[in-house]
Design a protein around this ligand. Structure first.
Ligand code: SAH
Ligand code: F3S
Length: 503
């Protein structure tokens, strides 16, 4: 671990799990300070924010939604596209006034942007006190104390900013002694980083190489979450199906289902399936190259696994896929889909697309449109190519004009909506098992949830009380309407039996 400021110094390690809190923690505990935490970007960031919140709560902090009442403001940031970073700069700009009015406020930036731009953040936003990278956030409570201590020493003058962006630690570990704040949908990072090098992608730079957590540690955390109310576990990683590739192959004893007997995602799924009280297992995100028969079988044999997989394709053109160094051709992707559907005939898929990658011709783009229809993706996330400094694609000319990127984006969105509408309309009349997650903003008698195939379903529960009481449970509902974005209908018990088919 390196801390950079004027001189290098090492922070004390994070307190060991389950031990009584240190005197420093007790000092933190009184009087109670408040943390305001703003999270940008993906689910992995949401998980990291939960972990940070847990650490601060353990150190005696409360969480506040009111930035004006906060002692510490933290931004958990995203670098995946330029737009994501611009939003953070704008928030940081807004915070400048708060900070000049309340110089005692501690302002920190964590996550991918912190990792990528460490020094630039201090230069451009001089009111930032702390910059903490993607594998060092476990130290944040102690770092805040260090900043406050330095300020006291310097008689409230501005303390030197502090940064921690080393990649040589695992930020996870046990959560004993921390409160669980995740609710019924529990995020769980099963691995960190990515070993692939798609030419457009900044993630390997900012999140480092793959580090899989052990199956035992993950099972412990999963049980800890389920005991505290998690019903759905969302297993997170950049390529969750490469889980275990970096773990050692066992020399003897029980072998895993991975390469040379290594533990794999399939093994983890069998382990988690056995957890009593757990209702569903969701995966985000898979990579086509690591789809194996063992995984397809494990998904089919473990009925808690959703019949829904995010499997980003990015483009329908082999030339573009090659330039992206995605590691598959369209035919290989087709074969992986066929393999998955052989074992999971009711599988639905989500995918990501990039339009306007350098060199993408009209014909390349049309191949994406065609493949979207051919594969029948139920959910499509479409992004305009955004050059990221430090990636290999950034060395290529960004030669698709902004106008073309915009119109391709729109065209692909239209195609996606058409395909999604057809795909979802096929569910009309079916009975679905829906796990209800939250009350609809539009009507308190309706609750939103997901089907086992990952499709959004708004269920009319009859009354607001019923909707509220059904949150966090599985209900049976009849699909009465379908749009491009989701299904809606009533509880099966409220509908006259008319020979609806069961899904
Ligand atoms: N690990 C995932 C993706 C991580 S980033 C995978 O295996 O694909 C999430 C999505 O953002 C990507 O799938 C891609 O579609 C999009 N994305 C990443 N870098 C981008 C860039 N430079 N410009 C536009 N979109 C990008
Ligand atoms: Fe990025 Fe490709 Fe990994 S999109 S996260 S480098 S699989």
């Amino acid at each position: 671990m390196t801390i950079s400021r004027h001189q290098s110094k090492t922070l004390p390690p994070a307190p060991p799990v389950g031990e009584p809190s240190s005197p420093a923690d007790q000092a933190l505990a009184s009087p109670q300070k408040a943390l305001h935490l703003v999270t940008f970007g993906c689910q992995m960031n949401k998980y990291d924010s939960e972990r940070v919140e847990g650490r601060f709560r353990k150190a005696g902090y409360a969480l506040t939604g009111d930035i004006g009442a906060a002692d510490v403001v933290l931004f958990n940031t995203c670098s995946v596209r330029d737009h994501a970073e611009e939003r953070v700069w704008s928030w940081l700009g807004d915070l400048k006034r708060q900070k000049s009015a309340r110089p005692d406020l501690v302002v920190g930036v964590m996550g991918c942007m912190a990792q990528r731009l460490e020094r630039e953040i201090f230069q451009r936003a001089q009111h930032v006190d702390l910059v903490v990278g993607t594998r060092a956030f476990q130290h944040l409570p102690e770092m805040v104390e260090t900043v406050l201590g330095e300020r006291t020493k310097a008689r409230h003058e501005r303390a030197q900013p502090l940064s921690l962006v080393g990649m040589d630690e695992n930020p996870d570990g046990d959560r004993e002694g921390e409160p669980y704040t995740g609710g019924p949908i529990g995020y769980l990072a099963i691995m960190r980083g990515c070993d692939l090098n798609c030419t457009f992608c900044i993630v390997p730079n900012v999140r480092g190489r793959v580090l899989s957590r052990s199956i035992d540690e993950l099972e412990r955390e999963a049980r800890w979450m389920v005991e505290r109310g998690a019903k759905v576990l969302v297993l997170l990683g950049q390529t969750v199906n490469s889980y275990g590739e970096d773990l050692p192959a066992p020399e003897h004893g029980s072998k895993g289902r991975g390469r040379q007997g290594r533990p794999s995602l399939a093994d983890l799924l069998y382990r988690l399936q056995a957890i009593e009280g757990l209702v569903r297992i969701r995966l985000i995100t898979l990579h086509p190259a690591y789809v194996t028969r063992e995984l397809a079988i494990a998904l089919a044999e473990n009925d808690k696994c959703e019949r829904f997989l995010p499997l980003p394709v990015q483009s329908g053109s082999d030339a573009v896929l090659r330039a992206m160094k995605r590691g598959y051709t369209l035919d290989l992707y087709r074969n992986k889909l066929a393999l998955l559907r052989q074992y999971l005939p009711d599988l639905e898929l989500a995918t990501d697309w990039i339009v306007g990658f350098p060199g993408e011709t009209d014909a390349d783009f049309e191949a994406s449109e065609e493949f979207l229809s051919e594969a029948g993706f139920a959910v499509n996330y479409i992004f305009k190519y955004s050059p990221r400094p430090g990636t290999r694609a950034d060395l290529l000319p960004d030669d698709v004009s902004e106008d073309d990127k915009k119109s391709r984006n729109l065209r692909l969105l239209e195609r996606a909506q058409r395909v999604q509408r057809e795909r979802l309309a096929a569910q009309l009349g079916n009975v679905q098992h829906v796990f209800l997650e939250e009350v609809s903003d539009k009507s308190p008698a309706r609750a939103k949830g997901k089907t086992r195939q990952g499709l959004l379903f708004v269920v009319d529960c009859g009354t607001a009380e019923k909707a509220q009481a059904m949150l966090g449970t599985l209900v049976e509902a009849v699909v009465e309407q379908a749009s491009a974005f989701g299904l809606s209908g009533r509880l099966a018990q409220d509908v006259e039996p008319a020979g609806a088919s069961h899904v």
